[in-house]
Design a binder for this molecule. Structure first.
Ligand SMILES: NC(=O)c1ccc[n+]([C@@H]2O[C@H](COP(=O)([O-])OP(=O)(O)OC[C@H]3O[C@@H](n4cnc5c(N)ncnc54)[C@H](OP(=O)(O)O)[C@@H]3O)[C@@H](O)[C@H]2O)c1
Length: 264
């Protein structure tokens, strides 16, 4: 996909991978709409883009809430039109065993990233379908390939997001709309600070993969857009891992399930 002149919506763009992706897309000539809850942080990212000569707008919204997501999508359609690219990146969720998840937190875990992505697609797809073009890109975690122990709700939500991408791809076959999923390894964003306790549960295997910066993660996302990819896995070692997972799923699941982290 040619990025210059396109309208891109990036969720979770107030910091981390989303902010870096929005900045890079703007550098490549896209008009970007930044969505997240923290208006001040969104403004900070938008100002950085504008100072570099780019075009950025902000929409503050709680994407875990259906009504707030609907209003955000309506505001985007009314004020800017149908996006050419939707990057579903907003994500949260502590890593917890099912039995230690406080009642209600499972709803938050499934709301982001899965339900938010579903709801935004529902809002933008009619316009994309009538234009017969566009791309939906979901940012996902290796937990969507092999869950590790102690992150039950987090992994389930990432599997839902991956299932959604697969189902959408089947729905949209032949319509001119692309569906892409980018699976990233550990990235040095604020994720683990925002979701305390999770880092301790990182599977041992993950420690062998090089840590990505948010800027490197953004570079892979933008590469996937430019190359019209349906899936992209980074860094390279994780992609190799994914390849062998396809060949020997049983062995890889056994390695990944092996965890020293005890049940509470
Ligand atoms: N970091 C990693 O190692 C890693 C690896 C693979 C995949 N990922 C995935 O990449 C995505 C981005 O993660 P990150 O590492 O950049 O994390 P991050 O630094 O914690 O950023 C998360 C983003 O999501 C937004 N967000 C959270 N809850 C929201 C809500 N209810 N409504 C709207 N926006 C919300 C946050 O903005 P506000 O707080 O302002 O709302 C923020 O912009 C996530 O889906 C994550 O699962 C991360």
């Amino acid at each position: 996909m040619k990025i210059n002149g396109k309208l891109a919506v990036v969720t979770g763009a107030s910091r981390g991978i989303g902010a870096a992706t929005a900045i890079l897309l703007a550098e490549k000539g896209a008009q970007v709409i930044l969505v997240a809850r923290s208006e001040g942080d969104l403004l900070h990212v938008a100002t950085r883009i504008r100072q570099a000569g780019g075009i950025a707008y902000i929409v503050a919204s709680d994407l875990a809430d259906a009504a707030s997501t609907r209003s955000a999508a309506q505001a985007i359609l009314q004020n800017h039109g149908v996006p050419d690219l939707l990057v579903n990146n907003a994500g949260a969720g502590r890593w917890l065993f099912a039995e230690e998840t406080p009642e209600g937190e499972e709803d938050v875990m499934i709301a982001l990233p899965y339900l938010a992505a579903f709801r935004l697609c529902r809002a933008f797809l009619p316009g994309m379908l009538s234009r017969r073009s566009g791309m939906i890109l979901n940012v996902n975690s290796p937990a969507s390939l092999i869950p590790w122990s102690g992150a039950t709700g987090y992994a389930a939500s990432r599997w839902a997001l991956r299932g959604f991408a697969e189902a959408l791809r089947a729905d949209l076959h032949g319509t001119g709309i692309r569906v892409c999923e980018v699976i990233l390894g550990e990235t040095s964003s604020n994720y683990f600070k925002a979701n305390p306790g999770s880092y301790l549960r990182l599977p041992k295997l993950a420690k062998f993969f090089p840590l990505l910066t948010p800027e490197e993660a953004a570079w892979y996302i933008v590469k996937a857009v430019r190359q019209n990819r349906s899936t992209y896995t980074a860094p390279f070692l994780l992609a190799v891992n994914r390849f062998f997972l396809g060949l020997m799923p049983g062995l890889f699941k056994t390695i990944s399930w092996k965890s020293d982290f005890p049940h509470p």
